[in-house]
Write a protein that binds this ligand. Sequence first.
Ligand SMILES: [Zn+2]
Length: 406
Amino acid sequence: MMQALAEQDPSPVQAPRARTVIAASVVLDGKGHTLRDTRIVIEGSKIVAIDPAAGPVDYDLRGLTVLPGWIDAHVHITWIFGPDGKNAGQGGATPEAAYAAASNAWLTLMAGFTTVQSIGTPADLALRDAIAKGMLPGPRILTSAEPIMGKSAETGTPDEIRAFVRKQKQAGADLIKIYASGGMTRGTMTMSQEQLNAACDEAKKQSLRTLVHAYRDAVRAATLAGCTEIEHGLGASDDDLKLMAERGTYLDPQAGLLLENYIHYKDKFVAPPYFPEEAFEAMKGLIPTTQEFMKRAARIPGLKIVYGTDAVAGMHGRNAEDFIHRVRDCGIDPMAAMVSANSQNAEAMGMGDQIGAIAHGLQADIIALDGDPLKDITAVRRVVFVMKGGAVYKSDAHSVIPISQN
Ligand SMILES: [Zn+2]
């Protein structure tokens, strides 16, 4: 133990043991399979064996459902409500904003999300790095730094857009976020095909993935541009979705939590002209529309649907609620819902050989639920064990602070 601590620099909030054995009666492996009555062996940060005969057991998770830590493909981890209780947006630079963002990270990890993709602000970079160094507890963060905001011709020439992509890479971005259309209700294209082509092509040249906020016509345009993943996607036709399936473009739709959150916290978000009173009325009608879209997308053969909540203020730590919407309101198979946040998300992030499954050689990101999400999807609310990279952050329903490893 002392040695493991000494190897980490600087002092981590939590360090993995040299060797940990978890006993489990039911393991969802993240790829759609169920393993029964087995043991997971972890050395350092990685899973080194799945072996029913391994011992001695350090954590007995029999009676629970064990699965890989979830991945949320779309959050805004620094988006908070300010000291006045009102929406303070993301990327705040005050001490209060920094602590609130750290709290968001903590809540997200405790909810079973061991990796998130935060797409929206350069402020994510410092939080990502602090967590990676072990200074704060939180999920592994991937971020886009500054996004490309589509503003028609003002977005820039293709060469300017390419330079912007390279600048984000230099700033430390893990991926590129692109806004290619307006909001949910309007959704007209804010970037031309030529501009999108330049953005996604340059990102590829820099070995970066592209996540594109897109509604309606922008979905097809981003797909044709060779972008990696479409966020939201509402208004895309079946033909657009079939094209995405053909091209292997991932779709990240939401199933109701985001809109519910805006409506629930209306008093905090309402602020004309961007968040007028009427917008919240319109959102009520949009919930069934987004759910119809999810159902329609799920019927497109070969379309790869990932899990992303678009977590803004009020949603951090409640990321699993959209699973309930997917399964209960959209008729998605519960195993498919789990896989979308495990191996499917890992694959979409190009990290399938590192996270998203319980298998030999992968990061030991392991959670346990009190209940069976395949029978009762609300079990996703009862995360009673969280391990990230071999370190345990939660080991029973009542833990609110990291468990001592000594
Ligand atoms: Zn978003």
